[in-house]
Design a protein around this ligand. Structure first.
Ligand SMILES: Cc1ncc(COP(=O)(O)O)c(C=O)c1O
Length: 393
């Protein structure tokens, strides 16, 4: 068999993730491999725990990266916290809420669904009604940053309501961690998962998770074994639990963890709040340019994520042809719409390392050029509007 090395093109990633990766992260990944029980590696993992606690703004002892992508972080939360027969309130306002429901059911639980329109945030009023109507519910689950629409939900309020009704919370922070304000301890989140490939700007394949003491007590008091051996936190805790002693559970993805460590070091160097502000600043400029072109946003301004910008495709435009041309001519990736918004919106990511002025300018000029060629927008407006917005910040 003849085989050649794979040499990918150099793209700019402005879709819903993965995002552009800082070269420092790729370089960290190529450092020499050492054993995953080597004391030097164990030292790095201890440091990583502190860095993740900082990113999540928590002192939770059970804070670690699951060795698999965000979906595995999601499954870790549900598999450990939902027992057969348990009732969970699941909020659905996009793709990822539907996956939460699926998780509850696969764990043998019953999901009570609170639905909101795609593009709207989770409604605290509806959640309160569901909590009142289901006093036996044990879990409230929702997505902080809905990547399918770009809507941001109010974690603090939803967690407060859950506590008032003695429910634990499971929060999806795959797209929010590092990009939008998130304070796990102050807001009383019980279980949270994220992904390495969005605002942390690491390579895909790792899922940071964190569990409150209340959540850990619930896991330790389970009456059924966790169905998944790999994701059973009672076993994983033997490896990640700290205290210096680590028992073999699975072979950690060593070089991928170097990469995550480096991306967290970069986040700490910048400062979490500075990172949140940087995402907001570049979003404001991107928005000014998109609106100057005549494009409109799917999500109301008050609930819009800076890192995921969903805009309507102008009438009569073949959205897939636009994305194909951006990729071919400009090496620029933006995302398509999902579910009811397939073919109707583009999703433009400004995540982590990719949230910068160069990417904003590239996206605006390339999109404007392609759309102007199709006669869908008037050229020459977008960059000037973005530049004017940058001058104000
Ligand atoms: C909100 C949300 N949850 C979960 C996931 C699943 O993460 P992964 O694709 O890393 O498994 C994603 C991925 O895009 C996401 O955006």
């Amino acid at each position: 068999m003849q085989a050649k090395s794979f040499l990918p093109p150099q793209r700019t990633l402005m879709g819903p993730g993965p995002s552009d990766v800082n070269p420092r992260v790729l370089s960290a990944m190529s450092r020499p491999i050492i054993g995953h029980l080597d004391p030097v590696f164990v030292g790095m993992m201890e440091e990583m725990k502190g860095l993740l606690q900082y990113a999540f703004q928590t002192e939770n002892a059970l804070t670690l990266p699951v060795s698999a992508p965000g979906s595995a972080g999601m499954e870790t939360c549900f598999a450990n916290l939902v027992e057969p027969g348990d009732k969970a309130i699941v909020c659905i306002n996009g793709v990822f809420g539907t996956r939460m429901k699926e998780n509850v059911e696969r764990c043998g639980g019953t999901a009570v669904v609170v639905e909101d329109d795609w593009g709207a945030p989770v409604s605290p009023g509806k959640v309160e009604d569901a909590l009142k109507g289901n006093p036996d519910a044990k879990i409230l689950a929702f997505v902080h940053a809905e990547t399918s629409t770009g809507a941001c939900s109010d974690v603090e309020t939803l967690c407060r309501l859950a506590r008032e009704h003695d429910c634990l919370t499971i929060v999806d922070a795959v797209t929010s961690l590092g990009g939008s304000p998130l304070k796990v301890d102050d807001w009383g989140v019980d279980a949270i998962y994220s992904g390495s490939q969005k605002c942390l700007s690491c390579t895909p394949g790792l899922s940071p998770v964190s569990f409150s003491e209340r959540a850990v007590e619930r896991i330790q008091a389970r009456s059924h074994k966790v169905q998944s051996w790999f994701l059973d936190l009672n076993l994983v805790m033997g490896y990640w639990g700290g205290g210096g002693k680590r028992a073999y559970h699975h072979t950690a993805p060593i070089n991928a963890l170097y990469a995550l460590h480096e991306s967290l070091v970069i986040l700490a160097e910048e400062g979490l709040e500075n990172s949140w502000n940087r995402h907001a600043r570049h979003h404001a400029a991107l928005r000014a340019g998109l609106e100057a072109m005549g494009l409109t946003f799917l999500v109301d301004e008050a609930h819009r994520l800076p890192q995921l910008n969903a805009v309507h495709v102008p009438a009569g435009v073949d959205e897939a042809a636009v994305r194909a041309e951006l990729l071919e001519r400009y090496n620029l990736e933006i995302g398509a719409g999902l579910g009811p918004y397939a073919g109707k919106v583009w999703r433009i990511g400004l995540m982590g390392h990719g949230a910068n002025e160069r990417n904003v300018s590239l996206c605006l000029s390339a999109l404007e050029a392609v759309l102007a060629d199709m006669g869908a927008v008037k050229p020459g407006q977008a960059l000037a509007a973005a530049r004017a917005r940058y001058k104000q910040s």
